[in-house]
Structure formats: C-alpha cells, structure tokens
Design a protein around this ligand. Sequence first.
Ligand code: UDP
Ligand code: MG
Length: 311
Amino acid sequence: MKKITIVIPSFNEEDNIFSVYESLQNHLGHLPYEIEALYIDDGSSDQTLAKMRELARMHENVSYVSFTRNFGKEAALIAGLHHADGDAVVIIDADLQHPSEVILELIEGYEEGYDQVIAKRNREGDSKFRSGMATMYYKFINKMVDVKLEDGVGDFRLLSRRALDALLSLSEANRFSKGLFSWIGFPSKTVYYENVQRQEGETKWSFSSLLNYGVDGMISFNNRPLRVCLYTGLAVMLLALIYIGITFVQILRMGIEVPGYFTTISAILFLGGVQLLSLGVLGEYIGRIYYETKRRPHYLVQESNTKRRDA
Ligand code: UDP
Ligand code: MG
C-alpha cells in the first residue's frame, strides 16, 4: 500500500493538534493509502509538544519532530520533508485553514500522475488592504524574478517522491519555498478551494514579517535587483553629466551665479538616496552569501519519535 505523509508545521498550535488529526482521519481514513501525520513542533512555548506526544501514544500513524527552539516555518517545512518517508507528501498548516477535503483532490491529481498538485485559494474574507497589497506585490515581483510566483498559492500542496527529492537536493540556507516549488518544475496541476479563516490561535505573520518575506522573494532568485541599481546609477550619472554640461556652458556665457542652494541640496539628497538604496541591495546579497558560507543546519531536533534522517 502506498504511503502518504502529511507534514504539519506547528508553532504554538496547542488547540489545533488534535482537531487536525481528526479532520485528516475523517476525510482520508477510508482511502486505500497508508496516511501518516507528521507534526513538526517549531519550538512552541505552549502545550503543542505535549499534545503531539499524547496523540502519538494513541495512534501509531502519528509522528512528530520537535525543534530546540523556533526556527521558522521554512525550517519546519524542510524538517518535515526530510523526515517524511511516504511515496508522496502533503504539506498543510496546523490551523485548519487547509481543508482535508481538498487533500482528497490533491491525491486524485497524484493518481493522475502529477508530481506537484497545488492547492490555490481565493482571498475571500481577507482584508481589502491585504489582498490589494498582495495583488500589487505579485504583479511587481513576477517582473523581477525568473520563477513564476502566484498569489493564493502557498505551501499547501502534494509532492511526489521525485519532486520531494528534487526539493531536498536544493541545499540553500535562505529558503524561499514558494520560489523553490516553482523552480523545481515537474508536471503540476492546480486545484482551487475557498479561503478559510483560522479557527484557533492567531496568525504568526505581522506586517513586518510580511514585508521581509516580500524582500526575500525578490532577492532569492536572481541578481536583477543588482542590475536595477547599476542602471539607476548609470541613468543618474548621465543626467548629472548633462546638467554639468549645461551649467558649464551657462557659466562660460554669463559668469557665475551664486544662488544654487536648491539644485545642490536636491542633487545631494537624491544621490544620497540612490546610493543608500544600492548599498542596501548589495548588503542583502552579501548577507545571504554570509549565511550560505556558514553552512549551518536548517534546524536542530531535540525530540522525535521517527527514525532520524539527517538535517
Ligand atoms: N508556523 C511555524 N513556525 C513559525 C510560524 C508559523 O511552524 O515560526 C506554522 C504555523 O503553526 C501554521 C503555519 O506555519 O501551521 C502557518 O502559519 P500561520 O497560520 O500563522 O500563517 P498564515 O496562515 O496566517 O499565513
Ligand atoms: Mg494560517
């Protein structure tokens, strides 16, 4: 019998651990597949780990891996993929925002032979501001990066063993999963579902973390932002040359005019801005190189009931 591992990254989700399992069992229990629930406790400070232990005692198709501290969802995700030994893997959130009915459709896609079956949500019930920002962001970012990033598409998806191994072979430290999923390619299918609001607990995304996520998306895939700096630099230099030329001719014809405060200060401010921005972009890339060269593991495990595969 084929095995499907359901990977569930969980950070302070004590109220959801049991209900996720129930929901999975209710919808997938009857399938001709062995279903395993693999919880990743991302250093929760509440009873999440205790609940996982309890659940694993009660059901033998429950596994868990617990981190030494909070390493972030990307780390939890890759830990789940490392430890999953199924023929296919489904990634879901612990907060019941990824309905188990949809997993049925993902599995159907898998049976049709697709390596990635992607669940795409609409933005029903999200704030106007948030969805507006998202639409703008995706328009912009798809111009910047080489991989295709889609709004409403996240980690909720099924991966075949092939796709999973491909993903695991990408060893970078700064992981922007959304882009990596798209980068590996493979025959993919998209299924659609209605957005669901979170039931228990609260979202871990603040405005600033969303902003950081946005920057990650931009920087993680190519060096186009560096190019933009280069071209901006060139353009500004050209403008400056033209301006210098014109002023020089004027000086030759009419002598030196003293008032020049406005032009001077605007040039300084504008150029200062351009330079800081370019330095910032450069810094982002250098920072990434710095983290890559450290070769630190993505996460550290303190407790688990699975045979450990290495990080
Ligand atoms: N999560 C995690 N580590 C973190 C933050 C979040 O494992 O540092 C998990 C969280 O428990 C949930 C999933 O990632 O299962 C998605 O988080 P959340 O619901 O906060 O994000 P949203 O659905 O609002 O995008
Ligand atoms: Mg959520």
